[in-house]
Design a protein around this ligand. Structure first.
Ligand code: ZN
Ligand code: ZN
Length: 320
């Protein structure tokens, strides 16, 4: 059976946010205190103990800006957005290709910096023999990629890139067959517009819906997204804000909350909600808290269709 996998290379919104030395030290202190009295004299015992610690102590959600990969047997590489997570994604692809030419299909939600900034560091773009197709619905798609590498912003001009790079304009609402997937884009509410994507392959459906502000009191807009998310196996969702922020100070900032994500997935009978585009000001403990609260909210509002809730982190891989 053809399985599809989704790998998260960058899950932070708006700007990359690195873990600081102090944050790392705090995790270590917490872990060492928890370890007191345990016999951890081998890597195996220490590893097993680490797995019992809360996620924000033993891990980090990570700091790269949006880049997600769809993987399926026999299909070329598909990347969703080219945030700073595009840098490690490119390096891993080259490692796997081991010198062979690669075929990359990149779907762009929109052209804000946090979603394009990884491209100048996407190594396959520099190497002749690779082919890269960049899809999007914005008329300025190609211009945005060329401009970020034009002087005085970057030392290597776009025209110097060695790979074969093409730009493909998509029309929202139309079905396309691309790279072994059935693909449809949908217009979303965001400053300068953004587009969500629905990918279908082998009976599985993945929705990539980031940088989208939902107002559930707008019935027509909500119905459109319930259709778009319908029965999806995975919904990657912009849950940048807590509900309190989303409906007060940050209303009209172009992002959504975990609460809206749960409600839309329940209405659409989607199976798995992935919280994505984390607020850069949130530390690991805060993201974990939002995740737990979202799980609780889903449990107490659950109807006939349970929705699994996950908070995305850099390095997370989900098999469908
Ligand atoms: Zn963004
Ligand atoms: Zn944006």
């Amino acid at each position: 059976m053809d399985t599809m996998r989704v790998r998260f290379w960058g899950t932070r919104g708006s700007i990359p946010a690195a873990l600081t030395a102090h944050m790392l030290r705090d995790k270590l202190v917490h872990a060492l205190v928890s370890a007191a009295g345990h016999n951890l004299d081998t890597p195996e015992k220490a590893g097993a103990f680490a797995d019992t610690l809360p996620f924000p102590i033993s891990h980090t959600f990570g700091g790269n800006s949006p880049c997600v990969e769809l993987l399926a047997d026999g299909a070329p590489r598909v990347l969703l957005d080219m945030g700073s997570g595009g840098r490690p994604a490119g390096l891993e692809a080259l490692r796997q290709l081991a010198g062979k030419p690669g075929e990359f299909h990149i779907f762009m939600s929109h052209l804000h910096w946090d979603h394009i900034m990884g491209f100048p560091f996407f190594t396959p773009a520099y190497i002749p023999g690779h082919s890269i197709r960049i899809y999007g619905c914005h008329a300025e798609l190609e211009h945005a990629f060329r401009r970020q590498q034009a002087p005085p912003s970057f030392p290597v001009d776009f025209s110097k890139l060695g790979a074969r790079i093409e730009f493909v304009q998509l029309e929202p609402g139309r079905h396309y067959e691309i790279a072994g997937y059935r693909v449809m884009a949908k217009l979303q509410a965001h400053g300068g517009d953004s587009y969500g994507y629905r990918f279908e392959r082998g009976g599985k459906t993945v929705i990539y819906s980031t940088d989208s502000e939902h107002k559930l009191d707008d019935i027509a807009q909500t119905d459109g997204f319930i259709d778009f998310f319908h029965a999806a196996d995975l919904v990657i969702f912009d849950a940048m804000y807590s509900l309190a922020d989303a409906i007060s100070v940050k209303e009209d900032w172009g992002h959504s909350s975990n609460v809206v994500g749960v409600e839309l997935c329940q209405l659409a009978q989607a199976r798995h909600l992935v919280l994505f585009h984390h607020e850069p000001a949130y530390d690991d403990a805060t993201i974990e808290r939002v995740w737990r609260e979202t799980q609780r909210l889903e449990e107490i509002t659950r109807g006939e269709h349970p929705v699994q809730v996950t908070a995305a982190y850099d390095g997370l891989e989900i098999a469908l």
